[in-house]
Design a protein around this ligand. Structure first.
Ligand code: ZN
Length: 272
């Protein structure tokens, strides 16, 4: 349990206060905060509430979305990313996760160039605040609008191009499980000290929604245990973050859902 973290969005129906209470009750040591759960509070107040709780804040989700054919909009996105870095700092989150973005009105290469420029623009700001940036490669089915960074190799190339300890990679099993190069790229990421986060869930078969039908680990076709072993081999010792977006589970009793998550986690990581 000491490495279990849950993304607030996994229990989307719960408020920040409820999440904290339920996770503490269930001996879950850590949380990753999504923007929506702190909306009513603002980052400073949410940061105070989290500091008083015993939960560790692992990261803040999610910034990025750099590409746009409109240069004015690209500039607005840079400002939004800087604001989110400040919020991460106020929340006590040492990491901001980047969903890099893509604009279908231009080539993927143009989107990739704009992602690189966007990260360049915010990196000094991140370093100043002491908040790291994690590039999360997204499954290629999202290459139209959500991310032009689609494999762990792409993410590794991009992270390495900065040569900065303030930027690395988030490995999310949902996005990378299919990749024949996965083990090689996880080990490369570890060798270069670039693994900053590990997100777990499962792929429902058949999947009903490509965004909002994620499954609990062990109930789909992703070899979560095998991938976790590669992460260990790569030297990753951070939190295993449960990130499940699911219309089905959000419509159910969240206490039951949370218990299922904890049981699944115990089973995969052989905790008695
Ligand atoms: Zn993720």
């Amino acid at each position: 349990m000491d490495r279990l973290c849950i993304h607030s969005i996994t229990n989307k129906p719960w408020s920040l206060e409820t999440l904290i209470e339920k996770y503490i009750e269930s001996n879950i040591p850590a949380v990753t905060i999504w923007e929506d759960v702190i909306e009513g509070h603002g980052a400073r107040q949410a940061g105070d509430i989290l500091e008083k709780s015993e939960l560790k804040v692992v990261s803040y989700c999610r910034a990025g979305f750099f590409p746009d054919i409109d240069a004015v909009k690209r500039q607005e996105t840079i400002s939004r990313n800087k604001r989110m870095l400040e919020e991460a700092s106020l929340l006590g989150a040492p990491l901001l996760v980047l969903v890099c973005g893509a604009d279908p009105g231009q080539s993927l290469q143009q989107s990739r160039d704009q992602i690189k420029s966007g990260i360049e623009a915010i990196l000094p700001f991140a370093e100043n605040l002491g908040v790291k940036l994690a590039i999360e490669p997204l499954h290629p089915m999202y290459a139209d609008t959500r991310s032009a960074i689609n494999t762990l190799a792409n993410a590794n190339d991009l992270a390495e191009s900065f040569d900065s300890e303030w930027i690395g990679v988030a490995v999310d099993v949902y996005h990378v499980w299919w990749d024949p190069e996965l083990k090689t790229q996880i080990l490369r990421c570890g060798r270069n000290g670039n693994i900053l986060a590990f997100h777990i869930c499962d792929w429902n078969v058949p999947t009903e929604d490509l965004l909002l039908d994620r499954e609990i680990m062990g109930k789909g076709c992703i070899p979560v245990k095998q991938i976790s072993k590669w992460m260990d081999e790569a030297g990753f010792t951070g939190y295993r973050e449960v990130e499940i977006f699911s219309n089905r589970y959000w419509a159910q009793d969240q206490d039951v859902f949370l218990r299922e998550i904890v049981t699944a986690y115990h089973k995969i990581y052989s905790i008695n």
